[in-house]
Design a protein around this ligand. Structure first.
Ligand SMILES: Cc1ncc(COP(=O)(O)O)c(C=O)c1O
Length: 389
């Protein structure tokens, strides 16, 4: 049996259920927030935690610049804006993602083009790019889904050949690696989320990382109303207020102390699940491609065979046993709002469509105990057997 790291001391009364995700917060977050409070640095303009968090997180990603923002969606939007992507431009992006990825492209006035996925990793399939590129294609926005990096070799080669920008949506992939390089450092800009269920959290929050000093400066300006340099109130562009506050950054600094332990624990949890569920033919378990270091943001599984049509019933039965789960994402090309606007077609991405209604994720938070993991595995096995009977 896998040996797990000791769980952190529970912060509040233990829950009567096993949550799908729960952050790892302890006295260090309290300490750092109190420190920020004591200096009065509570906004997104002042306070040393913002620059410290930016520096530490960018370093962690293998990047020279970090620009903290208000969330993962605004990180994507400010990255697109800094790359001057807007009306008339097409952006190739994975159809299977949190729709925030698509919303950011649409808020910039650009046109998102959904790319179908690989059946094993659920990530963007690089072999589809050539078919979908047009003279208006300006960028590829990859999404490293559920902690598994996209196969970036062919993506970067295609982008180089056609002079396209590459943005990485790393909301779910802090610390994941493609051939030994961390996500966020592979394209022009990497965009992270620090929402409460992410690998590290600031409650709400995000960051753009890059090795390009000019892009970093542009994003730093755009996220903060693009104030003028000589005369502050003579603005140099139409900016946003997407600032992260120093209080949030203080939480981020505390989270940076434990990011390695959180990722180690997530990988141990994934190994535990794999060890205890591998014999269930009706489940497709997440894996790790040869090029990948998977951080298993969420343990995302697929139902196979006749049970693939019974997801709702299975999740209901798990909920009755106190096990919280979440359905997998619905692809862009099946979203009614976009179909109604004629932005996509239902049949645009057949592989994603096949996966859309048969996947879900199991409890995956870093504070799970071995007893909780064993409880989930035993009850999932029972529920699948009962449902199949
Ligand atoms: C893949 C992906 N992109 C973008 C986002 C948006 O991040 P946020 O919720 O911080 O805006 C999320 C998650 O929430 C996500 O999972």
């Amino acid at each position: 049996m896998t040996t797990l790291l000791a769980p952190p001391a529970p912060r509040a009364r233990p829950l009567q259920r096993i949550p799908v995700a729960a952050p790892w917060l302890d006295a260090r977050e309290d300490e750092f927030v109190r420190e920020a409070m004591s200096t009065g640095a509570i906004s997104g303009f002042f306070g040393e935690h913002i620059s410290r968090f930016e520096r530490e997180f960018a370093d962690f990603c293998g990047c020279s610049h970090g620009v903290a923002v208000s969330n993962g969606t605004t990180a994507l939007q400010v990255a697109l804006a800094a790359l001057d992507i807007g009306p008339g431009d097409e952006v190739l992006t994975s159809t299977l993602t949190n729709m925030a990825t698509f919303f950011a492209v649409l808020h910039q006035g650009a046109t998102p083009v959904p790319v179908d996925i690989e059946p094993d990793t659920f990530n963007l399939d690089p072999t589809q790019l050539a078919r979908l590129r047009t003279p208006r294609t300006k960028a590829i926005l990859v999404v490293h889904l559920f902690g598994h990096p996209v196969n970036m070799g062919p993506v970067l080669e295609f982008a180089r050949a056609h002079n396209l920008r590459v943005i990485e949506d790393c909301a779910e992939s802090h610390g994941a690696e493609f051939n030994g390089r961390r996500t966020g450092s592979l394209g022009d800009i990497g965009c992270f989320s620090f929402y409460a269920n992410k690998i590290i959290t600031t409650g709400e929050g995000g960051m753009c990382v890059t090795n390009n000093a000019a892009l970093a400066a542009e994003m730093r300006s755009l996220k903060s109303l693009a104030f003028g340099e000589q005369n502050k109130f003579m603005h140099r562009a139409v900016g946003f207020n997407f600032r992260m506050t120093n209080l949030q950054a203080a939480i981020g600094c505390a989270q940076m102390e434990k990011i390695g332990a959180i990722i180690a624990r997530k990988r141990q949890h994934a190994h535990f699940y794999a060890e205890h569920l591998a014999d269930l033919d009706c489940l497709q378990l997440p894996g790790q491609a040869g090029y990948a270091h998977n951080v298993y943001w969420m343990y995302h599984v697929g139902l196979r065979g006749p049970l693939a049509l019974r997801r709702g019933e299975i999740l209901r039965r798990l909920a009755e046993r106190g096990i919280e789960t979440r359905e997998g994402f619905i692809p862009f090309n099946l979203q009614e709002i976009f179909l109604a606007k004629g932005l996509t077609r239902r049949d645009a991405c057949p592989v994603a469509n096949e996966a859309a209604y048969r996947t879900f994720y199991l409890p995956s938070g870093p504070t799970l105990t071995e007893a909780q993991l064993a409880y989930v595995c035993d009850h999932l096995r029972e529920v699948l057997t009962e449902t199949a009977a």
